[in-house]
Unconditional design. Structure first.
Length: 378
């Protein structure tokens, strides 16, 4: 399913990754620890912390992705944390509006204390000073994180990650999916991600042989090869969201699409409309769910405690049991579907393209414009 990345990664990419393993904790540990105030930004009175209930009467406003992910936090994680600490975890589902709400809020009264973001939002938040530094020295489990999942600028804490897969109609696909290059040689009537350029371009950079692995995306000399690869795929549509993808397959517009494995697994388990098959290529694209302390929060101590709680083996295993994501703790116990499909070891993660927006930011306007033009011709 493609050549191992170990022998292909360029010197610049190796340098990018090597920095994470050696400096992540050190950089993040520079900041001090701030305690919560007497009155929280939610208006609750904190009271005196007690050893058995250290965050009694305190509320942590925690934003995470809407849908299944938020449901897992609400139904599985929240009761465990509240029982352990005496505090309240307020789960706030969200998507693209997360960053705009933070920008619009007063600097001393943020809408969340702790939030997930995507790679682009992480980058803009760093540029705009929207994130407070998390002190890894306050996390007993801060050193368990797989190095491949640490960012170049570790102001945040990763908790989980997902990978993209083939999602297809077993009755109409006509071939057994292997590497992503099968989209250019075997597949017909393909649905590709179209809401933004990153997922489709990452996939095409893996397929292209112009440069090793996904390096076409980060080198302007490789950009033509990415778009030539996309043009060679028999694309029926560029979908704008998950429901758009599922509708296109169920209505016969497409018979195979590129989407996230964990969410595709949930869809396959909960519908009879199509006999969905799923396949994760050995070299694939992915995303990291890492969490940020929001500018102006007075819940730094509670947020760091919650992150440490989330990094523990037991809680990572609880999360994994309820959603087919990979977890950052290598000791996590997984359900069989995850074991069979998701790259879990740090070595296996070298074959997953996780975008660092800082490495593509200077080209993003041009890539977006070219991607929009490509979509208009489908």
């Amino acid at each position: 399913m493609g050549t191992s990345r170990d022998t292909e990664v360029s010197e610049s990419q190796t340098s990018r990754r090597a920095v994470l393993a050696t400096t992540g904790v050190g950089i993040a540990g520079l900041s001090g620890c701030l305690g919560g105030g007497d009155t929280g930004s939610s208006g609750t009175t904190t009271g005196e912390p007690e050893s058995s209930n250290p965050f009694r009467n305190q509320t942590l406003r925690f934003s995470t992705w809407s849908g299944t992910n938020a449901t897992v936090f609400e139904e599985e994680i929240k009761p465990l944390y509240e029982e352990k600490t005496g505090g309240t975890l307020e789960v706030v589902p969200g998507w693209s509006e997360i960053l705009s709400r933070i920008r619009a809020a007063p600097a001393d009264n943020p809408p969340y204390d702790l939030t997930v973001t995507g790679d682009k939002e992480h980058y803009f938040g760093v540029q705009e000073d929207l994130w407070e530094q998390i002190d890894y020295g306050n996390l007993d489990n801060g050193d368990v994180i797989k190095p491949e999942l640490m960012r170049e600028d570790p102001v945040s804490v990763p908790l989980a990650y997902g990978v993209m897969c083939y999602a297809y109609d077993n009755e109409s696909i006509g071939f057994e999916p292997g590497p992503w290059s099968d989209l250019t040689t075997e597949a017909t009537d393909v649905a590709l991600p179209g809401a933004f350029f990153s997922n489709s371009l990452q996939m095409a950079s893996i397929v292209s042989d112009e440069l090793p692995f996904d390096q076409e995306l980060y080198d302007p000399d490789g950009h033509d090869a990415i778009f030539e690869t996309l043009e060679s795929i028999d694309t029926a549509k560029y979908y704008t969201g998950a429901q758009d993808l599922w509708t296109s397959i169920e209505e016969g517009v497409a018979n195979v699409g590129q989407y996230f494995f964990a969410y595709s697994r949930k869809k396959a388990e909960t519908t009879d409309a199509v006999d969905y098959g799923l396949s994760v290529p050995e070299q694939t694209t992915g995303y990291i769910d890492d969490y940020h302390l929001v500018r102006g929060t007075d819940r730094k101590e509670m947020a760091e405690d919650f992150l440490d709680f989330m990094l523990s083996k037991d809680i990572q295993s609880t999360y994994a049991e309820n959603f087919n994501l990979g977890m950052v703790n290598p000791e996590t116990e997984y359900p069989q579907q995850t074991l069979d499909n998701v790259p879990l070891s740090n070595d296996a993660l070298e074959d997953v393209s996780f975008m660092e927006w800082s490495d593509v930011a200077e080209y993003s306007d041009d890539l977006s414009e070219r991607f929009d033009e490509l979509k208009s011709n489908v």
